[in-house]
Design a protein around this ligand. Structure first.
Ligand code: GLU
Length: 418
């Protein structure tokens, strides 16, 4: 049996960096540089609530590395967020952008807040105040935020407007994931979920899995999980189980994701959907299926349930859903695991397309965005796959080596100033 080990997002990210550094025989100085974020900005966000009282929220923006281009990464609103966790996520963004081969470094922002407890106006005030506190460190050529957990296109519109008001002119290229009417890209909302399924298509070819009628279980029915389920269904897969924070549903004949979404909008939960059986989130992970897509929280596949995972493929739509021990166990079981920094890089890839469109004052069609996303995802998957074959390693090690290696090459070429 595997021993349970206490992990934090940061200890896992640092262990991954160490592994990649060893395999790449990385220069010790560069390894040390990459172990720490370049800059962490901590702020206190004072917000006047609708009832007139003032509350204070802690916020942070961590900028990990920018050797390949400006910092890039989402802003997350989450009650239990810590500086370490945001630092770990910023590091993952650095590798993710390098794997996607887009000209960005990695960053992440976080505010300790339960967004469900604030009104829309309170969230707007919180967002604007947070941006005003870090504005000097943001900018289209400096650091470009985007949505993440519990932030969305509306939040990004407030980011854009606050930045622009403070600069004195409209700067749509300062943030991505905006609504289309203020410079957002077609296809950005769906991009992460669709990107995951591009990886699934590539991986399926390598393990001889026919996608027509292949069974898929998706944990998490937010933006990423829903669009992954939808894209899988479009390919002819059978989406046999989905779940949200209230629980899951199972139907061996396949669920229609759009109808489940409608049901969730009406009732507040995916459960009690007609023709399906209610299951728990734990049962969803252990469902008999060909492909498991964890698209919710971290640490879902652990040493406690890894023995019960029946899927042939796990595509990590969420960041960090598999613990290191479970990762190893899945590899030994012969499960094909597509790691987060590869599987979910479609989101930041279309963010990059949005930024390019803003900088060139263009607006691309959905067909163009999706075609270019498919090309980028296929290239990223092939690069990672080739390296992991060469190294005789799992895809996660290949992905880390590719990402860390590209960033280290950029640092070496730039040299160290002064
Ligand atoms: N928050 C997303 C991620 O973790 C997207 C980041 C972006 O588009 O900059 O990849």
């Amino acid at each position: 049996m595997f021993m349970a080990v206490e992990h934090t997002a940061l200890t896992v990210a640092l262990a991954q960096l160490k592994l990649a550094a060893q395999k790449l025989e990385l220069n010790q100085g560069i390894y040390k540089m990459l172990s720490q974020p370049k800059r962490s900005i901590m702020v206190s966000i004072n917000v006047r609530l609708d009832n007139g009282a003032i509350d204070v929220y802690n916020g942070v923006r961590v900028q990990h590395w920018d050797a390949r281009g400006p910092f890039k990464g989402g802003i997350r609103y989450y009650p239990k967020i810590t500086l370490d966790e945001v630092a770990a996520l910023s590091m993952l963004m650095t590798w993710k952008c390098a794997i996607a081969d887009i000209p960005y470094g990695g960053a992440k922002g976080g505010v300790c807040v339960d967004s469900k407890k604030l009104s829309k106006r309170e969230l707007e005030r919180l967002t604007r105040r947070y941006v005003s506190l870090i504005v000097e460190y943001l900018g289209p050529h400096r650091d470009i935020p985007a949505p993440d957990m519990y932030t969305d296109a509306q939040t990004m519109a407030w980011v854009m407007d606050t930045y622009s008001q403070l600069k004195g002119y409209m700067v749509p290229e300062c943030v991505t994931g905006k609504p289309v009417e203020v410079g957002g890209s077609e296809g950005r909302t769906e991009a992460t979920g669709r990107g995951v399924i591009h990886c699934v298509q590539q991986a399926a070819q390598r393990i001889d899995l026919r996608l027509k009628d292949a069974s898929v279980a998706v944990q998490g029915f937010g933006n990423v999980g829903y669009h992954a389920a939808q894209a899988a269904a479009e390919l002819g897969c059978k989406v046999v189980a989905v779940s949200d924070s209230t629980g899951g549903i199972y139907n061996p004949n396949g669920l229609n994701p759009a109808q489940v979404l409608k049901h969730k909008a009406e009732t507040g939960s995916v459960q009690a959907f007609k023709g399906s059986r209610d299951i728990t989130n734990e049962e969803l992970l252990e469902t008999s299926c060909d492909i498991l897509v964890p698209a919710a929280l971290e640490n879902q596949i652990t040493c406690n349930n890894v023995d019960k995972i029946k899927a042939r493929m796990v595509a990590e739509a969420a960041n960090g859903p598999t613990t290191p021990e479970a990762d190893k166990a899945l590899y030994e079981k012969g499960v094909c695991l597509v790691p987060d920094i590869l599987a979910n890089c479609g989101g930041v890839t279309v963010s990059y397309f949005e930024w390019v469109q803003n900088l060139t004052r263009e607006h691309w069609s959905i067909e163009k965005v999706n075609r270019k996303l498919g090309e980028k995802m296929t290239r990223a998957f092939n690069d990672v796959y080739a390296l992991s074959q060469k190294e005789e390693s799992d895809l996660r090690t290949g992905a880390l080596m590719l990402g860390v290696g590209r960033v280290a090459d950029a640092i070496k070429t730039l040299g160290l100033w002064p």
